[in-house]
Ligand binder design. Structure first.
Ligand SMILES: [Zn+2]
Ligand SMILES: [Zn+2]
Length: 364
């Protein structure tokens, strides 16, 4: 079958890391190739309808992935962990986790608690390390077919458009994050209005959050959408949001703030966003990390000087994934976040698309 295969190369890794988005797309370590689709006992063949490009895929391609997580991936791999599949004509969301049960291992302590996303055996057993989309043995969604255990397939509710249904996986990360942020305070600020931030806003409202929701959006188009998705107010920058709610104090050359927001959702996925979130959180407030900043510098004093709490969300339990799929019918308009649908051949275009890019590996 046709698939986009990522093969790491150290020289390209360092060049991409140094040049960032200026690195020529054609030289990224991604190739459209024929790969075999291995038979695997207990796994079923699922035809890929759509597969998303995630920020962590881009981080991997551009050499920005945190080095400490690399042993939990295996390459060369067909990327793509946001997967909408088709089985016997019906749409299914694919949960890409490959934890103890998928690996034919007895459940580790975390899997026993149902916390498969925190599985301790993701680099153990007969399967190579990593989940679908980062696994050498099983192809991800940037190819025509995937192999999945039936338990990891979730039927898409009637009437949900494909472009919304393919967002089930990032939505599950959001659903988990919002759950971890409970009890919800009366006001929440969402920093970054990309796919994760806008999904968080929309999901907050769908899950019944009736307090004040504030958003920080970089672009006018994102700001407009934030208002439609339930924000009470949108700021053009983190600084603007900060000055609205916090008082600045100065001593010699230094400045610090008092006040801010009870809860801040960091959805920009950048180191700068993380630093801003820590400043924006008020004394005793909480920060939810939805994005994926890697190695970066931050002033950690807010954790003790303001006693800010930090929670993160990276994956999900079976229940959280199911909840995200169940929420899809209510999230009308979420498909507006899609920036384009591309055949595999057009991958350089997909990787530079504005908004969320999707691959449609099977054209027929
Ligand atoms: Zn992702
Ligand atoms: Zn496990």
């Amino acid at each position: 079958m046709k698939a986009l295969l990522y093969t790491p190369s150290l020289p390209r890794f360092f060049a991409a890391r140094a040049l960032g988005k200026r690195f020529p797309k054609g030289l990224l370590p991604l190739r459209l190739v024929e790969v075999p689709l291995p038979e695997r006992q207990g796994f079923v063949k699922v035809k890929v309808r759509l597969s998303g490009v995630c920020g962590s895929d881009l981080a991997l391609l551009y050499g920005k992935s945190p080095p400490s997580i690399s042993p939990f991936f295996s390459f060369p791999a067909v990327l793509g962990h946001e997967i909408l599949g088709e089985v016997e004509g019906s749409l299914v969301a694919v949960n890409p986790l490959l934890s103890c049960t998928d690996r034919g291992l007895p459940p580790c302590p975390r899997c026993q608690q149902g916390e498969e996303g925190l599985c301790q055996n993701v680099a153990e057993g007969p399967l190579a390390p990593g989940m679908l989309g980062y696994n050498r043995d099983l192809p991800g969604g940037w190819g025509e077919w995937v192999l999945v255990r039936p338990e990891r397939l979730y039927p898409i509710p009637e009437g949900v458009p494909e472009e919304r249904a393919v967002l089930a996986e990032p939505l599950a990360v959001v659903v988990r994050g919002l759950k971890k942020l409970k009890p919800w305070p009366d006001e929440i600020l969402v920093l970054g209005m990309g796919t994760l931030g806008l999904s968080a806003l929309k999901a907050l409202r769908a899950l019944g959050f009736s307090g004040k929701a504030y958003a920080v959006a970089k672009y006018p188009r994102q700001a407009e959408r934030a208002l439609v998705f339930g924000a009470d107010r949108v700021y053009g920058s983190a600084k603007e949001a900060l000055l609205e709610r916090a008082k600045c104090y100065r001593y010699l050359l230094f400045e610090g703030y008092r006040g801010g927001y009870e809860a801040v959702i960091e959805a920009s996925g950048s180191g700068a966003g993380f630093r801003q979130a820590l400043t924006l959180a008020q004394e005793g407030g909480r920060v939810l990390l939805l994005g994926a900043p890697g190695v970066d510098w931050a002033d950690l004093s807010p954790f003790w000087f303001k006693e800010v709490g930090l929670v993160g969300s990276y994956t999900y339990t079976h229940e959280e994934f199911a909840q995200a799929v169940g929420l899809l019918p209510e999230l009308k308009g979420l498909e507006g976040l899609i920036g384009g649908i591309f055949p595999l051949e057009a991958w350089p275009k997909a990787l530079s698309a504005k908004g969320k890019a999707l691959f449609r590996p099977n054209v027929s």
